[in-house]
Design a protein around this ligand. Structure first.
Ligand code: F6R
Length: 609
């Protein structure tokens, strides 16, 4: 949520800042701005509401000179998307400029205090109070001014600060909002996300909470809150520049949907052992005895990752016979459920920065539970703060609607279920069969993607509908929820997912000829029961778009439209069934003229509560 890029070096800062913001625009896109510094008294502030393109246009008329600067792309929290509310924000007389991610919870009290002291405010943001406070604490040493200011702030921040009166320095600080420092030769960077730095440097240092950093062209340092130097290790970003472009696709989302055969291969690489008929995870960091003793697992996540967790519940209960509960991270963090000490908490997050999930991890650790993470972004806060975990290795997910991360999460949870099952009762024969079935998946997903043209045709037929139901049972129930979420978030059509049999307890009242039901009717253990639910929809003249197993002419005859997927065992059905739903949502959104990669009101990585 919101993106920060900072630069100190010998090259012109403006194109580097804009290039970084372009990679981060999916983080927030209601306004963008930057400030560069060329020497004492010379700060060059440029900001515009709207997309990054509006700032780029503005910079064409008024370039920002200089080799040092900070920039920001905003997802509004305090105050609407206006030029005035765009970051950076300045202190009085422009002595200090600040960009900020996060929320300052006591900003109102601080602001009232500053106003009483004669400070004039120019925006509605919480960030502006930081600029004024740093400005008042500044006497030529920017690092010291930031140090004095931080204890006054209550809430979360990833900050980058510059001053024309300390013109060689960018200062950063982190509490609850991610910040990384990029190490180059004769240049250094700051960013809220390592993805912004791909192409500039591969070497990054992840700041921890309560750390402060300073970069100049020639040097970088990390400090604790008292400004004692801290030794920090430099990590390599594993993403390449081409991972962050659209690779010839019209949208990142479409590219990411089509990448799924490869991302599933990456998730499995080196993890499936024929010799042991099991799965292994290098980063799990847990003694197998401890996992054997687990009496309960809590899976916690938000949004799409929550739906993956719901599939995980079915998987782990079926194959490892361990009771699983799935909790929204936003609820789990504030609830006080009785949890016995043999409970393992597993947080699932693509970004590894979602504020609620991170808070759930901290709460679980505080209570002394073994806390693991399933994350995509290497070095992310959730990955670092958990006791151990599993990376998805799905590459950067830039489309705001999560697609490839979902399938990688589900497959990773299937591998985890296999691992846990093999520690308990699952036979070598069953393990070997699961491995073979999982290995076949990438090719099956390749075949599933062939339904793209059919998904587009179905989308054209129903794109005008304002309300959709998504129905599925067992393993396909979370997929129904995920399909509905995909459609509503990018096309703004109302969509609801239900367990198919639950429909007759209320939602059936919604069925009419203008309300299509997307019915997950794959062959499997309870196919016939699902078919009866499909008949109930048809009997009320509701159009049915079925997702069915290839060759299932019975479903094809009953449904108005059908999207076929390959035949796979029940527990892997979520992986093939979600693909046509992703494509359907994509095409409906495109036909409705929506901005697929940057849906309204949303932003990737929700780092505020
Ligand atoms: C939906 C979507 C969101 C995220 C949710 C959690 O397409 O992307 O619902 O799944 O914000 O994000 P992560 O997985 O990064 O914790």
């Amino acid at each position: 949520m919101c993106g920060i890029v900072g630069y100190a070096g010998r090259r012109e800062a403006e194109p580097i800042l804009v290039g970084g913001l372009r990679r981060l625009e999916y983080r927030g896109y209601d306004s963008a701005g930057l400030v560069t510094v060329t020497g004492p008294g010379a700060a060059h502030l440029r900001k515009r509401s709207g997309r990054l393109a509006a700032l780029v246009e503005h910079l064409r008329d008024r370039p920002a000179p200089g080799c040092l600067g900070i920039s920001h792309t905003r997802w509004a929290t305090h105050g609407p998307a206006t030029d005035a509310n765009a970051h950076p924000h300045l202190s009085a007389c422009g002595r200090v400029a600040v960009v900020h991610n996060g929320v300052i919870e006591n900003y109102d009290a601080l602001k009232r205090h500053l106003i009483a002291d004669g400070v004039a405010f120019h925006s509605d943001t919480d960030t502006e109070v930081i600029a004024h406070l740093v400005g008042r604490n500044f006497d030529g040493d920017l690092l010291e001014a930031v140090r004095r200011t931080l204890p006054l702030l209550k809430g979360t921040y990833g900050l980058a600060v510059v001053s024309p009166d300390d013109p060689d320095t960018v200062v950063g600080a982190r509490l609850g909002s991610p910040l990384v420092l990029g190490v180059g030769a004769g240049e250094h960077f700051l960013a809220s996300d390592p993805g912004a730095l791909v192409g500039y440097t591969q070497d990054v240092v992840y700041l921890q909470d309560h750390q402060v950093c300073r970069i100049t062209a020639d040097d970088w340092d990390i400090f604790d809150r008292e400004l004692s130097k801290v030794t920090a290790s430099v990590h390599q970003i594993e993403w390449a520049e081409e991972d962050t472009d659209k690779g010839g696709f019209e949208h990142h989302m479409l590219k990411e949907i089509h990448e799924q055969p490869e991302t599933l291969e990456s998730a499995m690489r080196g993890r499936l052992s024929d010799a042991e008929a099991s799965a292994h995870f290098g980063g799990l960091n847990v003694d197998p005895q401890q996992l054997r003793r687990a009496k309960r697992i809590i899976l916690t996540a938000c949004g799409t990752s929550y739906h993956a967790a719901q599939v995980g519940e079915y998987l782990i209960e079926e194959f490892a016979q361990i009771p699983v509960e799935v909790e929204y991270a936003s609820e789990f963090r504030y609830r006080n459920p009785p949890i016995d000490h043999d409970t393992v908490v597993i947080a699932i997050s693509q970004s590894g920065e979602t504020a609620d999930t991170l808070a759930a991890v901290r709460e679980s650790k505080r209570k002394g539970h073994l806390t693991l993470a399933v994350c995509n972004v290497v070095g992310s806060s959730i990955a670092r703060e958990s006791d151990g975990g599993i990376y998805l290795h799905a590459g950067p997910e830039i489309g705001v609607a999560s697609t490839k991360a979902f399938t990688s999460q589900v497959l990773t949870l299937a591998m985890l279920a296999l691992h846990l099952g093999r520690l308990r009762h699952l036979s070598a024969l069953q393990g070997a069969r699961m491995i073979a079935e999982m290995r076949a998946l990438p090719d099956l997903i390749r075949r599933t993607l062939a339904c793209d043209a059919d998904a587009r045709r179905v989308a054209e037929k129903y794109a005008g509908c304002t309300s959709f139901l998504y129905l599925g049972r067992q393993y396909l129930y979370p997929v129904a929820l995920e399909g509905a979420l995909k459609l509503k978030e990018i096309s703004y059509a109302h969509a609801e997912g239900y367990p198919a049999a639950e429909m007759k307890h209320g939602p059936i009242a919604l069925i009419d000829p203008n309300t299509p039901s997307v019915f997950l009717a794959l062959k499997g253990a309870i196919h016939e029961k699902a078919m009866s639910n499909l008949e109930e929809v048809k009997a009320r003249r509701g159009p049915v778009i079925a997702v069915a197993t290839a060759g299932d002419e019975v479903v094809a005859a009953k449904a108005d439209d059908v999207l076929f997927v390959p035949d796979v065992p029940d527990y892997l059905q979520p992986l093939v069934a979600v693909v046509p739903l992703q494509l359907l949502a994509y095409h409906v959104a495109r036909i409705r003229g929506c901005d697929v990669d940057k849906p309204r009101n949303l932003a990737k990585s929700v780092t505020v509560e």
